[in-house]
Design a protein around this ligand. Structure first.
Ligand code: F3S
Length: 427
């Protein structure tokens, strides 16, 4: 065995903590050895985050696995948050869609949520991909070792918070939490956190977060990029607006490529601390200007059946929006609708945010204003909502590059979305 175990780990492998934990540890060892790990290290974060939040009928083996863990007392060593639910009765769906969602696709949702509670779900509101936001309370600290798997959350935790986590698969995240160890390789190591790419941002205006992230993700794939020139547009402080930008930017790098960590010169914690020492010798270079962003945007295929169809639904908030984004979008919509003398949005629009953020938003006067303008606020996962043949046929628009990548939703920049939903696309 290439992995050297500590005394405690060896005891688990010898079955002294039960047969189930022994098997879980063995799985982690095999996983680690595949990636060249030489040891297992302790998971040090207070909470875990699981990616599998949907009670899909087809996930029988997952439910059996969770039952086995529960029966054998091999519960998650940590409490955890989990990705957003796939269902919300407030999000528009026709009779047939509702039937398919409730009776076929997600018929095991209640059963699965019961299992999650028994395993150690943080609380009823812990269903979001932005668990790291203060309103949710699962915010890892710098240097902490995690066993997470949601790609948008992993890249945020690594890059903006300075925690250490690999891009684990779903279920493997749970395994790490059950025994409290993860294999030491990749983004857990100093070496693995070095940049193989230097990305130079030379745009004439603040680049769209989702477009810049997409361009970088598609170029560097799973490598770590060190981005220079972005501090000119974002400043040198990780305030709410900048964190929201980096959330969307990171999700696009992680979904349009497979980025698990990025460094932003003069801004993100490790870049501030170590600067250009984080760049590997011989790193490749990628220059991004206005023309390059335009080229990337034009490369997205339009997969609607009728490319000229009138949009039926607009989804904003993949990953879930922050409080700052909900408020700034309410203000933007208010101004835009007033300028065209309209009271409500043209297209059915859903803004998604974590239950914790929605609760805080509802304490502000903006929530009722957003409702008056016809926007629905939900904590659903738009991808899970759209991931079926019925919704696939629907012309949906979004400014999320993750949603565009995994569904038939069509990407527009934030300004284009604003124009579509307030003026029906007219300039
Ligand atoms: Fe979050 Fe679902 Fe998008 S988990 S990142 S809203 S795909």
């Amino acid at each position: 065995m290439a992995i050297k175990l500590t005394k405690e780990q060896q005891e688990i492998l010898d079955g002294k903590h039960g047969d189930t934990k022994k098997r879980v540890l063995k799985t982690l060892i095999m996983y680690g050895e595949t990636f060249g790990a030489k040891k297992l290290v302790k998971v040090t974060s207070k909470y875990n985050h699981l990616v599998t939040a949907f009670g899909l009928k087809a996930l029988g083996p997952v439910y059996n696995l969770l039952n086995k863990l529960l029966e054998d007392g091999a519960k998650s060593g940590q409490q955890f948050s989990v990705d957003p639910r796939p269902l919300d009765k407030n999000v528009p769906a026709n009779f047939l869609q509702k039937l398919i969602f409730n009776k076929f696709m997600y018929s095991k949702q209640d059963f699965y949520e019961k299992q999650l509670k028994e395993l150690g779900l943080m609380n009823e509101d812990a269903f979001t991909c932005t668990a790291y936001m203060p309103e949710v309370g699962n915010t890892p600290k710098k240097g902490e070792v995690l066993s997470w798997s949601e790609s948008s959350a992993v890249v945020y935790a690594n890059s903006v918070l300075g925690a250490r986590c690999n891009r684990n698969s779903g279920i493997m995240d749970l395994m790490g939490s059950v025994v409290g160890y993860v294999p030491y390789f990749g983004l857990l190591t100093d070496e693995g956190r070095k940049a193989k790419w230097v990305v130079k941002v030379n745009t004439t205006k603040k680049p769209e977060a989702q477009l810049l992230g997409s361009a970088i993700g598609m170029k560097v794939m799973e490598d770590v990029p060190y981005v220079v020139g972005l501090d000119k547009w974002l400043g040198k402080k990780l305030d709410d607006e900048t964190c929201s930008y980096l959330k969307d930017f990171g999700a696009a790098t992680a979904s349009n490529g497979a980025v698990g960590l990025y460094h932003i010169d003069k801004l993100t914690p490790e870049a501030k601390e170590l600067g250009k020492d984080l760049i590997e010798k011989g790193a490749k270079e990628y220059v991004i200007d206005d023309a390059e962003l335009e080229r990337v945007k034009k490369s997205y295929p339009v997969v609607w059946k009728n490319p000229n169809a009138k949009p039926k639904l607009c989804f904003m908030g993949c990953p879930h929006m922050s409080l700052e984004q909900l408020i700034s979008w309410t203000k933007k919509l208010d101004t835009a609708l007033n300028s065209v003398n309209r009271k409500k949005v043209y297209i059915k629009t859903v803004f998604t945010a974590s239950p914790g953020v929605v609760k805080e938003f509802e304490k502000t006067g903006y929530a009722s204003r957003l409702k008056e303008m016809g926007v629905i606020v939900s904590s659903i996962c738009p991808l899970m909502y759209m991931n079926n043949p019925l919704c696939g046929k629907m012309p949906v628009i979004t400014s999320s590059n993750k949603l565009r990548t995994y569904t038939t939703a069509r990407y527009y920049t934030d300004d284009e979305i604003l124009s579509q939903i307030t003026k029906g696309g007219k300039a």
